[in-house]
Ligand binder design. Structure first.
Ligand SMILES: Cc1ncc(COP(=O)(O)O)c(C=O)c1O
Length: 426
């Protein structure tokens, strides 16, 4: 490690800290994402370069163990190069292990990031997009139950914007009907339901460490599961189908040798594989970021409560209410809002107003995915009534939520001015 207790090491750390302070200003005063890297992250990356061990190695293993410990409950963690790769490897591994078969139907909420849906399509499954409730941004057991067909074999949930789904009723439904449950937690690292972290309720779960997510490793993602074999299947697929990456590889190879396999164990391939490996730099930065996660999530929680108290609570005439399950503790990814129907101004005018006030905005991820041309092309994708997803699609938006200690007064002041300014202009 670069030793920051030495004069040279300390000077380097100070220099990096100063240099971070000179990074280009965000385009907006209130951006979507905030940089949370300090000199520690940059020094850790430099250290990997100095070691000349930049490709996946022991630091990745260490981060995986730290991540599994963070989630608790006997999870195994497999790091990949993005949240999308985590979704894809999860679906492919489910097929490879025979948990799901080609043609099986998976229910996925219609408001999510597109790669969650593509992961299931690429693995050969059919997807039924299910509706979501604008009041929670999530699907529910009732919606899921109504969408189930004889071909449905799994549910791939998403805890949108960091708000946990109602896991009691969804777990019960999955258990009663023998459906496999997967969780996309790419927007929800650190959120809990009934005291358990999201990502521990299903058979496997995925996380993203892209910039502006709860932790950032540049690019990066993680698969977690409590099934050791499933984790090994993911490890195989992450790296070429190569036996050497299995956790229990020695036993595994010696078993194969007993059955007559004479291949050189250093180059032994056991299954279909890709290259979705992270680098050591991503993993080492992840270790430092994970150490800061609880503090950053505490800031997210405090800042979003401030907005609830000083804006959301008193502006029900133009924004809809947002519900959190009484057992859930969200780890808000951003600040989502749904405009009420029938306002005398449009969502675009709200975007323009906020832009003029230096606040960056986005629709709530893809909105209703069924409305995007990419999703019209595939007969493997079915969708029923998606009225809730449509409401989010046409009236929802989000702004950034700072994971740092900061005053939220100016931002809530701007938000409080939306309705009166736009009504007056109309
Ligand atoms: C719900 C969800 N799933 C998957 C992803 C994909 O993650 P990545 O950007 O790391 O590929 C994202 C990205 O924002 C996401 O929000």
């Amino acid at each position: 490690m670069i030793d920051t207790d030495t004069v040279g090491g300390l000077m380097l750390a100070e220099h990096i800290q100063g240099r971070l302070g000179q990074a280009p200003e965000p385009a907006y005063r209130f951006p979507l994402g905030y940089s949370t890297w300090g000199a520690e992250e940059v020094l850790a990356a430099l250290d990997c370069l100095c070691d000349q061990r930049t490709t996946m190695w022991t630091k990745t293993l260490a981060f995986e163990e730290q991540f599994a410990d963070y989630l608790g409950e006997g999870q195994h963690a497999v790091m990949v190069n993005s949240g999308s790769s985590a979704d894809l490897v999860t679906m492919l591994a489910a097929r490879e292990m025979g948990i799901l078969k080609p043609g099986d139907e998976i229910l996925i909420p219609a408001v999510t990031w597109p790669t969650q849906v593509w992961s299931a399509i690429q693995a050969g499954f059919n997807v039924r997009l299910v509706d979501v409730r604008p009041s929670t941004l999530n699907t529910s057991a009732e919606i899921l139950e109504a969408a189930i067909t004889p071909k449905t074999k799994a549910i791939f949930l998403v805890h949108l914007m960091g708000n946990p789904c109602d896991m009691d009723s969804i777990r019960l439904l999955a258990d009663q009907l023998g459906l496999f449950l997967f969780e996309d937690c790419c927007e929800a690292l650190g959120a809990t339901y009934d005291g358990h972290k999201v990502g521990t309720f299903g058979y496997a779960a995925t996380f993203s460490f892209f910039a502006s997510h709860h932790i950032s490793t540049m690019e990066g993602g993680m698969i977690v599961t409590d099934d050791r074999d499933f984790a090994d299947q993911c490890r195989l697929m992450r790296a070429h189908g190569w036996a050497r990456d299995l956790k229990d590889r020695i036993t595994d190879v010696s078993t194969l040798q007993r059955y007559g396999c004479t291949e050189d164990p250093r180059y032994l391939f056991l299954g279909m594989g890709f290259n979705f490996r992270p680098t050591e730099l991503n993993a080492e930065i992840g270790r430092i970021q994970l150490g800061k996660l609880d503090a950053m999530n505490a800031h997210r929680e405090r800042n979003s409560k401030h907005v609830d108290l000083h804006f959301r609570c008193t502006n029900g005439h133009f924004i809809e209410g947002l519900n959190v399950n009484y057992k859930a503790r969200p780890a808000w990814f951003a600040l989502p809002f749904i405009l009420r129907e029938g306002l005398p101004y449009t969502r675009q005018q709200v975007f323009d107003y906020l832009k003029a006030c230096d606040v960056d905005t986005r629709p709530i991820v893809g909105g209703n995915l069924a409305r995007h041309p990419a999703f019209w092309k595939y007969r493997e994708i079915a969708a029923g009534q998606l009225a809730g997803a449509d409401a989010i699609h046409s009236r929802g938006f989000y702004i950034g939520l700072p994971p740092i200690e900061t005053s939220m007064d100016s931002l809530t002041g701007i938000l409080n001015g939306i309705d009166s300014n736009l009504r007056f202009a109309a």
